[in-house]
Design a binder for this molecule. Structure first.
Ligand code: SF4
Length: 91
């Protein structure tokens, strides 16, 4: 029947259901016009939640493999992921 079978994409994202950020998505992303001081405070708070997250390893692996450009993923900020990948920060 429709809607009962888990797709391959569902399986790939199953870890995300257990993330500490499920209820706080705004904390993990920044808008372009956000002040740098606010961005730093949000990133710091998000990284603290990541540090206690049961799926941090899966999240970080996903973000690095998928080259996620924006937001905090797996305890890493945009800038940290870009530096690791040798890319310039976009925002
Ligand atoms: S590691 Fe951080 S961004 Fe990833 S699921 Fe957990 S809380 Fe969310």
């Amino acid at each position: 029947m429709f809607g009962t079978a888990r797709t391959e994409i569902d399986e790939q994202w199953a870890w995300a259901d257990y993330g500490n950020c499920q209820e706080l998505p705004d904390l993990f992303y920044n808008s372009e016009d956000e002040a740098k001081s606010l961005r730093r405070r949000k990133e710091s708070a998000a990284k603290k939640l990541c540090g206690r997250c049961p799926v941090i390893a899966q999240c970080r692996a996903h973000a690095l493999a998928g080259r996620e450009l924006y937001g905090v993923w797996g305890g890493m900020t945009e800038a940290e992921r870009h530096r690791l990948a040798g890319r310039a920060r976009t925002g």
